[in-house]
Structure formats: structure tokens, C-alpha cells
Design a protein around this ligand. Structure first.
Ligand code: NJP
Length: 230
């Protein structure tokens, strides 16, 4: 209630489930993705956003700051899986630019606003949706996991720096989720037992709803059927 949350990658999958969960909980949401035409949720403002494009990010951040955003969820992300020898420079840039540079650009654009909130005695939050594979890798995972390890490093450094201006930073790491991720379609039969986007949205909502004295550093969740990998 009374919260204003910016969500990237909000047009489908985990991001859209999060927008619905946040608005149902009474928050106002500034939601961004590249294709937002026709996407509507009561209580949310959908704006065009390409996290890889500095001008687009700046316009989104200005709208979010003007709305008084107190939390940012960097959820936009893409996946691509292939052996090392098949990673082309174009694919490298698409994945790294979305997952690492995108997180950096959107966060960077809102830091002055979070610092101004701190000066006014108010705290802020950033939640980065990375992955369970932000700290382990596997065959065909070089590019995607490089991006997620990188996004995790950005998350950790921001957590250090944010202590200086009242920013609590959380990394949400999920296993397999039934979304449009990596060109798949929701509801495919092999994904029946995977996490639902709502499961991850609930975890993010938890991190955003704890009292200001509590910082949730990391949440790691998996579908029960996924092999334990630690
Ligand atoms: O994927 P999907 P998820 N600028 O494809 C947007 C992580 N994750 O919900 O721009 C702005 O259904 C895209 O919208 P559009 C994953 O790495 C997932 O599963 O219109 N937005 C859409 O709204 C990612 O960080 C799994 O195409 C951009 C959204 O991102 C996060 O979860 C496992 C954009 C993607 O929706 C959400 O992915 C895991 C850009 N340049 C981590 N590019 C999993 N699903 O199994 C894309 O460990 N978007």
C-alpha cells in the first residue's frame, strides 16, 4: 500500500505476474518493456522501454522518478543456449546488453532519485531478477550464465554502494519458470511442473514487503522437480 514500483520486462512472464501481484497489493506500478501495446493492468502505467537503449531508459526513469518510485525491479532479460563455438558476436551483444548493461543503465538512471529520497529520510529498494545459474554453469550455458554472473556482480557491488544512500538490494534467483523465456511458450507439456511466474512474483513481493529494518540479500527458489544443484 502506498508503494510505487518500477518493473522492467513487464509485458509478459515473471514481470507481468509481478505487475499483477503488486497492483493487487495496492502498489502503483510503472511498467516497461519493448512491446507494451495492448498490455493493461489496473493500477499500472505501461511505458515503452528498451533497457539496452540509453535514451529509452532515461525517459522511463524520468517517468518513474516523477511518480515517486521507491523500488526498482530489474527483471528484463533474455536467454540463449548454445556451445561456446556457436556464440556469435551479435548473440553475445544481445544477451549481455539486455541482462548486464540493461540492469546497469536502468539502475544508474534512478540512483540520483534514490539518493534524493535518502536525503529526505526515505529508503529505497532494488530487486534484480538474475537466475539460479548466476553462480553455477553448464554445457551450452556459457553466454547466458556469463550474463547472469555479471548481473549478480553488479547486484553485489550495488548492495555495497547502496548502503551509503539507504538502498536495500535483493537478488532473486529462480530455477526453471514456465514463461516465454528463450523463445519457449507457456504451457508446453514438459514445463507442467516448473515454477509459475506467480511463484517468482510472490518471492519478489516478499522482498519488497519486509519492514525497512530487514534486508533480504538473496532468494533462491526452484521447482521441486529440479535437481538440487549445490
Ligand atoms: O521471460 P519472458 P521471463 N528491454 O521471455 C522483456 C529470468 N529467469 O519472464 O521487451 C526491455 O517471458 C520482454 O518484453 P519485450 C530471465 O533471465 C527466467 O522468464 O516486450 N524489456 C518480457 O517482458 C529474466 O531476467 C527463468 O520483449 C525487455 C520480459 O523481458 C527474467 O527471469 C529462469 C528487453 C521477458 O519475459 C524474466 O524472464 C531463470 C529489453 N531489451 C531466470 N528484452 C525461466 N523462465 O526459466 C526483453 O533462472 N524484455
Amino acid at each position: 500500500q502506498g508503494r510505487v514500483v518500477a518493473v522492467t520486462g513487464a509485458s509478459k512472464g515473471i514481470g507481468l505476474a509481478l505487475v499483477r501481484a503488486l497492483t493487487a497489493a495496492g502498489a502503483q506500478v510503472i511498467a516497461g518493456a519493448r512491446s507494451v501495446d495492448g498490455v493493461q493492468v489496473q493500477g499500472a502505467t505501461f511505458l515503452p522501454l528498451d533497457v539496452t537503449d540509453e535514451a529509452s531508459v532515461q525517459a522511463f526513469a524520468e517517468r518513474a522518478a516523477a511518480a515517486g518510485v521507491d523500488a526498482l525491479v530489474n527483471n528484463a532479460g533474455v536467454g540463449a543456449f548454445m556451445p561456446v563455438q556457436d556464440i556469435t558476436p551479435d548473440e553475445y551483444h544481445r544477451v549481455m546488453d539486455t541482462n548486464v548493461k540493461g540492469t546497469l543503465l536502468v539502475t544508474r538512471a534512478l540512483i540520483p532519485h534514490f539518493q534524493a529520497r535518502h536525503a529526505a529520510g526515505q529508503g529505497s529498494q532494488v530487486v534484480n531478477v538474475t537466475s539460479d545459474v548466476s553462480a553455477r554453469t553448464f554445457a551450452n550455458g556459457a553466454l547466458y550464465t556469463a550474463s547472469k554472473y555479471g548481473q549478480r556482480a553488479v547486484t553485489h557491488a550495488l548492495a555495497h554502494e547502496g548502503q551509503g544512500y539507504g538502498l536495500r538490494v535483493t537478488e532473486v534467483r529462480s530455477g526453471m519458470v514456465d514463461t516465454y523465456f528463450a523463445g519457449s511458450q507457456p504451457g508446453e507439456s514438459h514445463k507442467a511442473d516448473w515454477l509459475k511466474p506467480e511463484d517468482v512474483a510472490d518471492a519478489i513481493l516478499y522482498a519488497l514487503s519486509v519492514p525497512a529494518r530487514v534486508r533480504i540479500d538473496e532468494i533462491l527458489l526452484h521447482p521441486t522437480v529440479q535437481e538440487v544443484a549445490y
